[in-house]
Design a protein around this ligand. Structure first.
Ligand code: V0V
Ligand code: CO
Length: 142
């Protein structure tokens, strides 16, 4: 069951500058940073609030690490802005296969490694009203 907004992914050209904007404007602090080479991103997670399912909601600030990455391609076309939304679930495998059965394209056969050791997959934006949608099971749930 999808039980929270896990994060909103925001694409930017300069991660350090964007982190500073969120810190100085809103007071949000960096909770975690990492590089995900498979996805071609350097990211900062800003924890916004905890959620009733025992998880949390974050902003995920994303800077591309290479020009052929999905985020670099998206930035070249659209400029900076909201790139995806992610719903949290205890069982990304069950939820993604149930959603696939409804005719929505799930981009990966098996979930891949996401932020903070999570398991993630994506739904095609063209099947989701123009919204790139991610499903996440956080590390402590698998
Ligand atoms: C592309 N499109 C989007 C979009 N990206 N629409 C809404 N939001 C987006 N972010 C539209 C695009 O405008 C095109 O529409 C169409 O989809 C095909 O796009 P494209 O530019 O030709 O690009 P593709 O097809 O090569 O790649 C699009 C997909 C790709 C969605 C397949 O971005 C992908 O595999 N994304 C999943 C992985 C990802 O995004 N990783 C970065 C975050 P028109 O022009 O044809 O109408 S990593 C992350 O979140 C992590 C690690 C985490 O949370 O832990
Ligand atoms: Co994400």
């Amino acid at each position: 069951m999808l039980s929270r907004i896990d994060h909103i992914g925001i694409a930017c050209f300069d991660l350090d500058k964007t982190v500073e904007f969120y810190r100085s404007t809103y007071g949000f602090e960096v909770f975690h940073t990492e590089v995900n080479e498979e996805q071609g991103v350097r990211e900062a997670m800003l924890k916004i609030n905890e959620t009733s399912d025992g998880g949390a909601s974050y902003l995920q600030l994303l800077e591309p690490t290479r020009e052929d990455s999905t985020v670099a391609k998206w930035l070249a076309k659209n400029g900076e802005g909201v790139h995806h939304i992610a719903f949290g679930t205890e069982d990304v495998d069950a939820d993604s296969s149930a959603i696939r059965d409804k005719g929505v394209r799930v981009l990966y056969d098996e979930p891949r490694v996401g932020s903070m050791g999570s398991r993630i997959t994506f739904l095609h934006p063209k099947d989701c009203g123009g919204v790139l949608t991610e499903l996440v099971t956080s590390a402590e749930k698998h």
